[in-house]
Design a protein around this ligand. Structure first.
Ligand code: HEC
Ligand code: HEC
Length: 302
C-alpha cells in the first residue's frame, strides 16, 4: 500500500516556503515572516526521480541488512514479508492484475527515489528523519535486494542511483483530468522570483455588474433591482406589502412625500399592514439601488 502523503506534504510545504521567500516580504495575507534559508533547507528534502536532491553518500546491501534487522524487521519482517498489518516491502511481482494485487516496492512502485525519500522522511515509524544519509542508501539497497532487483554485493551511491529502474514505472501516467492540463515544467523553468501574482480570486459579486448593464440598457434603473429583490413581496402583496401598480394605495402613501417613503424602504418600517424590512432584507444593496427600486415601485404601471 503505497502511501505518498508524507512525500506530498513535504513538497507542498517546500513550495509554499520558497514562494514566500521569493515574495520578499512577510505575509502576503498579513501574517507570517519570510522563511530563512535554514528553515527552508529543513523542509526541502524531497528526492526526485532523476536523483535531484540526493545528498552525497553510499551504502551497501550488506550494511543495510544489519540496520534493517535492527530498525525495520520488527514491523516489516526479516524478508520484507510484513509482520501483522504492517506493510509488505517485497514480492508481489505479477499480481497487479490479480483480484488481490500485492503492491510492494518491487511490484508497484515507480521510482527508487520514492523509496529513498520515504525511508528518510518517515521511517523508522517511531523515529522519522533519524537516519544518516549512508544508512538510507544502505536500506534502499537492502529493500531492493529483498525484491531481487540487485545482488548481495551491490553498493548504492548517489552516482549509480539512477541505474535502478523499477518495473512498474511505465504504468504510472501523468494525471489526465482536465483541471491539471498545464504542461509540467521539468527544465529551464521560470525563475520563481519572476512569477508575479496578477490576480487573486475574489468572492463572486455578479449582481452589481448585471445591474450596471441593466441600468444602461433599460429605461428604468430600478426595474432590475425590483425584479430581483422586491418582487417577492410587492408583486402579489405578500405579508401586507403594497402591490406595485396599485395607484390608490401608493398615492395615499406618497402623501407623506417621496423622501419619507424612501426612508422607510431604506431603514425599514412597520405600518398598519405589515413589516417592511430595511432594504427588503437585502443589506448588500446600496442606498442608491434601493432608491431606484422605490422609484420604479411607486410608478403607475404602464
Ligand atoms: C513500528 C513499526 C515500523 C518500523 C520499525 C518501520 N516501519 Fe516502515 N512502515 C510502517 C508503517 C505503519 C508504514 C505505513 C505508513 C503509512 O502508510 O502511512 C510503513 C511504511 C513503510 C514503507 C512504505 C511501504 C508501502 O508500500 O507503502 C517503507 C518502504 C518502509 N516503511 C520502510 C521502512 C524501513 C526501511 C524501516 C527501518 C528503517 C522501517 N520501515 C521501519 C511501520 C514501521
Ligand atoms: C419580505 C417582504 C418585502 C420585501 C422583500 C420588500 N418589501 Fe417593501 N414593504 C413590505 C411591506 C409588508 C410593506 C408595508 C409596510 C406597512 O406599511 O405596514 C412594504 C412597504 C414598502 C414601501 C412603502 C413604505 C411606506 O412608507 O409606505 C416601500 C417604498 C417599499 N416597501 C419598498 C421596497 C423595496 C424598494 C424593496 C426591494 C428592495 C422592498 N420594499 C422589498 C414588504 C417587503
Amino acid at each position: 500500500m503505497c502511501n505518498f502523503r508524507n512525500l506530498f506534504a513535504g513538497l507542498v510545504l517546500t513550495f509554499i516556503s520558497s514562494s514566500i521567500l521569493a515574495e520578499g516580504r512577510a505575509g502576503y495575507y498579513g501574517y507570517g515572516k519570510p522563511a530563512t534559508p535554514t528553515e527552508i533547507a529543513g523542509w526541502d528534502i524531497d528526492i526526485r526521480a532523476d536523483g535531484q536532491g540526493l545528498p552525497p553518500g553510499s551504502g551497501s546491501v550488506e550494511d543495510g541488512e544489519v540496520i534493517y534487522e535492527a530498525k525495520c524487521a520488527e514491523c516489516h519482517g526479516s524478508f520484507g514479508e510484513g509482520v501483522g498489518q504492517f506493510p509488505v516491502l517485497a514480492g508481489g511481482t505479477g499480481t497487479l492484475n490479480a483480484q488481490r494485487p500485492l503492491k510492494t516496492v518491487g511490484s508497484y512502485w515507480a521510482h527508487t527515489s520514492t523509496l529513498w525519500d520515504y525511508i528518510r522522511r518517515a521511517m523508522p515509524f517511531m523515529q522519522p528523519e533519524s537516519l544518516e544519509s549512508d544508512e538510507v542508501y544502505a536500506l534502499v539497497a537492502y529493500v531492493l535486494y529483498l525484491n531481487d532487483l540487485v545482488d548481495y554485493d551491490y553498493v548504492m551511491t548517489q552516482d549509480n542511483f539512477t541505474d535502478i529502474q523499477l518495473a512498474n514505472r511505465e504504468h504510472f501516467v501523468p494525471d489526465p483530468r482536465p483541471d491539471v492540463h498545464n504542461t509540467r515544467c521539468m527544465e529551464n523553468c521560470k525563475n520563481a522570483e519572476d512569477i508575479k501574482i496578477v490576480s487573486i480570486v475574489r468572492r463572486p459579486e455578479p449582481a452589481p455588474a448585471e445591474i450596471a448593464v441593466a441600468a444602461e440598457s433599460k429605461p428604468h434603473a430600478g426595474e432590475k433591482i425590483y425584479n430581483q429583490y422586491c418582487v417577492i413581496c410587492h408583486k402579489a402583496g405578500v405579508a401586507g406589502a403594497p402591490k406595485k401598480g396599485d395607484a390608490k394605495e401608493w398615492n395615499t402613501r406618497l402623501e407623506a412625500g417621496m423622501a419619507v417613503v424612501t426612508e422607510h424602504a431604506l431603514k425599514g418600517y412597520t405600518g398598519k399592514s405589515g413589516v417592511m424590512p430595511a432594504k427588503g432584507g437585502f443589506m448588500q444593496l446600496t442606498d442608491e439601488e434601493v432608491r431606484q427600486a422605490v422609484q420604479y415601485l411607486v410608478e403607475p404601471n404602464k
